[in-house]
Write a protein that binds this ligand. Structure first.
Ligand SMILES: [Zn+2]
Length: 321
């Protein structure tokens, strides 16, 4: 019986592999898929991926695709020499799990990734959304008012609902307005301390020295289209200089916060990124890289979330079409 099950799973694996190879040879010539992850493992924040699933996805990438370092992938794509089924990994934001959870798993499986870091987190030890999530989930109060809305916080479901609603209310505000709103929220929740949620400068150096890529992701993680031009420019430039100061070397890549073209950033911001001296920039719009010279300042990425082998692998293979 066991032999039969093993035989079937081997056959399914073989079929998936065949499918990936056919798709890649028909449509995938010189194309680079770039995966985006955020948080992995335990976190008060809802967007964290389960650690076991992340590791499982790394194994599927190794089994069916050709994992490649981002810098090497971009260079080979530009030269027209990218191996078939190429996949690069990127991790956005720079939360503590980037070092504590993601980095050990990448090393264990001999993979590299590029980490896009919002530098305010290096100074404050959190980004605004984690502070909002933490304070709403953990406040001792059983009800709060925020932005003219009243929230009951008796059950955990109510707390999650309140957290999502507060995050939505704040997300598209400018950094200035966002800071004012968070101040009123913290007055209301009476819970303001949040430590060790983010990478430290020393950890950024260790990541870089271990062969991981480091890219910029603005300073405060604003929606660039919500900022006036001068502030947007400052956000982009500042994150680059802070990271270069820490690493003692140039930072070449940038990822737009939230990352959707025409919704979170536009051509004005693309011009700013070029002006700041970056050599490539990444959105979160779904797609891949098929023409470096045309796409280099708005390279599309792919966000994997499937929990089963066949769905994950097939959707990543179809990304080449
Ligand atoms: Zn981000």
């Amino acid at each position: 019986m066991l032999l039969m099950v093993e035989g079937i799973s081997h056959m399914i694996s073989h079929l998936i592999s065949l499918f990936v190879n056919v798709i890649a040879s028909l449509f995938g010539k010189n194309k680079l898929s770039i995966l985006t992850y955020h948080r992995v493992g335990s976190s008060g924040n809802a967007i964290a991926m389960n650690e076991a699933l992340f590791e499982q996805q790394l194994l599927w990438i190794k089994r069916y695709f050709n994992p490649i370092d981002l810098t090497e992938g971009l260079a080979l794509q530009k030269a027209g020499k990218l191996p078939p089924r190429s996949v690069a990994i990127t991790i956005d934001d720079g939360y503590a799990d980037s070092f504590n959870t993601i980095f050990p798993l990448l090393k264990k499986h001999q993979l590299t990734a590029t980490f896009f870091i919002s530098t305010a987190g290096l100074q404050e030890q959190y980004l605004w959304d984690e502070l909002v999530a933490f304070t709403v989930i953990n406040t001792p109060k059983r009800a709060i008012s925020f932005n003219n809305k009243h929230y009951s916080l008796i059950s955990i479901e109510e707390r999650h609902h309140c957290m999502k609603s507060c995050l939505e209310e704040i997300k598209y505000c400018s950094v200035k307005k966002r800071n004012e709103l968070i101040k009123t929220l913290l007055n209301e929740t009476e819970l303001t301390s949040l430590n060790n949620q983010f990478l430290t400068k020393e950890q950024v150096v260790i990541l870089s020295d271990s062969g991981m890529g480091i890219g910029a992701h603005t300073h405060n993680h604003p929606i660039l289209m919500s900022e006036i031009e001068r502030d947007a420019q400052q956000e982009i430039q500042q994150s680059k200089s802070i990271l270069e100061g820490i690493l003692g070397k140039d930072v070449h890549y940038f990822a737009y916060p939230n990352g959707r073209y025409q919704q979170d950033f536009d051509d004005t911001h693309i011009a700013m990124v070029k002006e700041a001296g970056f050599s490539a920039a990444f959105s979160t719009d779904w797609g891949l890289l098929s023409h470096f010279n045309l796409d280099r300042f708005q390279i599309k990425r792919f966000t994997p979330w499937h929990e089963t082998e066949s769905r994950f692998v097939l959707s990543l293979a179809l990304n080449y079409c």
